[in-house]
Write a protein that binds this ligand. Structure first.
Ligand SMILES: NC(=O)C1=CN([C@@H]2O[C@H](COP(=O)(O)OP(=O)(O)OC[C@H]3O[C@@H](n4cnc5c(N)ncnc54)[C@H](OP(=O)(O)O)[C@@H]3O)[C@@H](O)[C@H]2O)C=CC1
Ligand SMILES: CCCCCCCCCCCCCCCC(=O)[C@@H](N)CO
Length: 353
């Protein structure tokens, strides 16, 4: 036995195997190289968009995050079309955006239209804007609204309303710009979702789905648009200090407020800076702060990647972030349970009085 083993290990038998081993190593290298090429091909970063002189259309550009996005783009020399319904707010916003000019050629155009109602109307106003300021280089879908409340207390028609404004209100303007973008083989399309479009939260049974829908739209659209050099960005802001947020807070359930507080409140100027930078770079995902970063890595699923570092970070952090997420989920459950117990106790006390 021991002599057979020593014979097996003797140099002469190894030398015989060497050509096969080398062949195997070469084959393994070739396979690894091809696999690497396959992995890296979707990771090649796009060329950044030049904002100077570009035409940027911002829906919801008369208030809050949309207005700050318009101002941020104006600071980089863009021409802006603001889209919203209320003409008075549009005129006010136009004045504010104009203050951010960096040259005297820049123009701000205002268009009053409801982005969620009639596609033909949206298409015709986008056409008008293109005639005045040239083809759209970047579309920012920021028009939106939020309604919060317990599932059974939200009026049934509000579910439809939120899908119309937040989802269809992003589909229509996008549909109106893509043909020209494809012809020009360039463009950027941004969808402003929300952290509530990455996780479903207490009180957001109507709002969250309308923001989740944007992610599905963005993924499918990005796959269609990539060969035409058009890049899609989905932004996931946390609570942001805007008129829309103040309005939402008037009727927000306590649970929703306590859970959302985890992620803090941002300023719209900060949000605008980050999303504009991400859209210019062609990043698919745009998020804010440590919680936003973790949420995006955790919910990356099959969404496109735009840099090698992003892909590697997702691979390495997934397990850790899921572990952290379980603690967050535990704390959200306990917030909901405590609020329920408190409500029941105060109801019982009211009855006794
Ligand atoms: N603030 C926050 O905490 C967060 C907000 N978001 C999202 O960001 C986006 C902007 O929010 P925020 O800045 O707070 O909102 P605001 O309410 O401050 O602004 C909303 C803008 O959208 C316009 N708008 C609303 N409905 C329509 C419509 N049907 N057609 C055309 N324009 C419309 C409004 O103008 P007008 O009413 O005149 O039409 C206004 O310009 C929303 O999609 C929101 O869901 C995401 C995460 C957090
Ligand atoms: C590793 C895992 C980390 C998990 C962190 C979870 C944090 C959840 C916070 C959710 C905040 C939701 C804000 C919605 C804002 C919004 O859209 C409305 N204000 C619109 O008006």
């Amino acid at each position: 036995m021991s002599s057979a083993l020593s014979h097996w290990l003797s140099f002469s038998s190894w030398w015989l195997l060497l050509p096969f081993v080398m062949l195997l190593v070469v084959a393994a290298f070739i396979v690894a190289f091809v696999l690497l090429l396959y992995m890296i091909s979707p990771l090649i970063s796009p060329k950044p968009l030049k904002l100077n002189g570009a035409h940027v259309v911002v829906t919801g550009g008369s208030s809050g995050i949309g207005k700050c996005i318009a101002m941020e783009c104006y600071k980089h020399g863009a021409f802006i079309t603001l889209v919203a319904r209320d003409e008075h707010k549009l005129v006010q916003a136009k004045k504010e955006v104009e203050k951010c000019a960096i040259n005297d050629k820049q123009v701000v155009l205002c268009i009053s239209v409801d982005v969620s109602k009639d596609y033909n109307q949206v298409e015709s106003v986008i056409k008008q804007a293109q005639e005045k300021l040239g083809p759209v280089d970047m579309l920012v879908n920021c028009a939106g609204m939020s309604i919060s409340g317990k599932f059974e207390e939200v009026e049934v028609d509000r579910f439809k309303k939120l899908m119309e404004v937040n989802y269809l209100g992003s589909v229509y303007p996008t549909r109106a710009v893509v043909t020209t973008m494809k012809e020009r083989r360039m463009g950027r399309i941004m969808f402003v979702s929300s952290q509530a479009g990455q996780i479903g939260l207490f009180g957001y049974t109507a709002y969250s789905p309308s923001k989740f829908a944007l992610r599905g739209l963005a993924e499918a659209l990005q796959m269609e648009m990539k060969p035409y050099n058009i890049y899609v960005t989905v932004a996931y802001p946390p609570d942001t200090d805007t008129p829309g947020f103040a309005e939402e807070n008037k009727t927000k359930p306590l649970e929703t407020r306590l859970i959302s507080e985890t992620s803090g409140v941002c300023q719209p100027e900060q949000v605008a800076k980050v999303v504009v930078k991400d859209a210019v770079q062609g990043n698919f995902t745009s998020s804010f702060g440590p919680d936003g970063y973790m949420l995006s890595a955790l919910t990356c699923g099959m969404s496109p990647v735009t840099s090698i570092t992003e892909g590697l970070q997702q691979i390495v952090t997934m397990g850790l972030f899921r572990t952290i997420a379980l603690f967050y989920l535990g704390s959200f459950d306990s917030i909901v349970r405590r609020c329920m117990i408190q409500r029941e106790q105060s109801k019982a006390a009211d009855k006794r009085e």
